[in-house]
Write a protein that binds this ligand. Structure first.
Ligand SMILES: [Zn+2]
Length: 194
């Protein structure tokens, strides 16, 4: 996992634990989440806010594969965003990601409990499986995340389904058993449960 240095405290932190902050006078800076939250708490007048650091946990997906999740809390004014990152898979973009929003001054362990419940629910569902002709859609619903394919010139999309990266062309091929069927595409904020 790639590491980065916080431009305020100098800490070396993994990439998921950083945020780009753009402000007048400082330009674009890379901050660790702890420094970002301190800055935001001051700005929002939340003197009582104290960030809780949670230990990584391991959870199994629907196929029995174990994933290690690391957490970060990010303060957005009157909302605290608690996010879980799948640290098991190196290839980017891939891996599960989960997010929940809560009140920054409420008990952060209660928020963590809610996030873990959500993670268990979502990890229990497999949307795709390996078939004779590559990946196949298991049922009639696919949930996932839209990402950039990282191409140097193209900046095209790819998606992450069941924590694995699926190329745009591959998604198209997976839809062909449904040729002639209708579909409905909805996009939702990362914190919503779909
Ligand atoms: Zn820092």
């Amino acid at each position: 996992m790639s590491v980065n240095q916080c431009s305020v405290c100098g800490a070396i932190v993994p990439q998921y634990d950083t945020i780009h902050s753009v402000s007048e006078g400082h330009g674009d800076r890379l901050l660790c989440t702890a420094c970002f939250n301190q800055k935001m708490a001051r700005h929002a007048g939340l003197d009582d806010f104290a960030e809780v650091k949670f230990e990584p946990i391991q959870l199994s997906d629907a196929n029995g594969a174990v994933h290690e999740f690391r957490f970060r809390s990010l303060l957005f004014g009157d909302k605290l965003s608690l996010e879980a990152f799948d640290a098991t898979i190196e290839e980017q973009p891939s891996g599960y990601r989960f997010q929940i929003l809560g009140d920054p001054l409420s008990d952060q362990f209660v928020l963590l409990g809610k996030l873990i419940e959500k993670m268990r629910r979502l990890l229990a569902v497999a949307h795709v499986r390996e078939g004779d002709f590559g990946l196949q859609i298991v049922d009639e619903t696919v949930r996932g995340r839209i990402e950039s394919d990282g191409g140097e010139h193209s900046l095209g999309p790819c998606v992450v389904i069941d924590g694995r990266r699926v190329e745009w062309d591959e998604l198209g091929r997976m839809l062909m058993p449904f040729e002639g069927w209708q579909f409905k595409l909805e996009v939702r904020d990362p914190s919503e449960e779909i």
